[in-house]
Design a protein around this ligand. Sequence first.
Ligand SMILES: [Fe+2]
Ligand SMILES: [Fe+2]
Length: 317
Amino acid sequence: MATVRGHRAGLPATRARHTDRPGHDATGGDTVPGAVELHARNVSFDWADTPLHWIPGHPVCANYISVLNMLLPEGERWFVRTFNEALPLVKDAELASAMRGFIGQEAMHAETHDKALWEVLERHGIDPRPYQLQMEWVFRKILAPTDSSDPRAQQKHLVERLWLIAAIEHFTAILGDFALNNRWTDVGADPNMVDMFTWHGAEEVEHRCVAHDVATYFADGYFRRARAMLVVTPLLLLLIRRGFVFIMAQDQTLSLNRFQRSLAIWRGVRATVMPNMFATAYQSFSYFRPGFYPDEIGSTAQAVAYLASSPAARRAP
Ligand SMILES: [Fe+2]
Ligand SMILES: [Fe+2]
């Protein structure tokens, strides 16, 4: 199985310095329980009793976060396809092992959110098909491998996609850290939805370095990294915003104007049940700092502790 810490054996020593601090996490002092092995957890959830507005008192925020159930399945399946394309080209056994762990986790995330999409959103009257078709177009057509038969063009195209994935994983790590540090449970949110997003968030924190390591393995370079983030930030914000407007337009139980929606989101951010998307976009700037490495985000120890106690992960066969 893959090892999160120390799988950067194939990288230059300057890039591997975080692994040279046994037992120390990037968050400043919490102890990591040794090297963490990446593996998929075969989770399942019973959505029979989950309401559409799964955060009591914050229906708009619940809808906003539920956009991820529509966006992630196609996005994460694209991760899996791209990593499967890259995997045979990786000669570093430890990195290849980490990639297999990453692929297993992302595949499980995609299928779990897909199930929630149909068994929660569609069941409550939100037809996700039009949005899904747009996501299929983005991730299966626009971001598909190149048609070129030139091996050099194919490799270059693959490298660009790997850097895009690394940039997206920067955001999933930030959101994963939020999932581990919010007040959903305190306000009585649906326990299954809380566990699903927190399990996913914890695994995002757990594997937050893998995509960066893979992209670096293929072709390191500050310009490539920065360019990928400049593409990913507006794209993600646009897709999330479109998804939110899409859900709100179909939610017959809420009739709010733009100001009321913004106010509801602001209330959610204040109550720590909703990530601050402006702050999240601002955090993306850390990615541009020379020397940035993804283990600066979140805490592996906290993620691993949650995964050890997650009801769904504990039920997993
Ligand atoms: Fe994921
Ligand atoms: Fe991920």
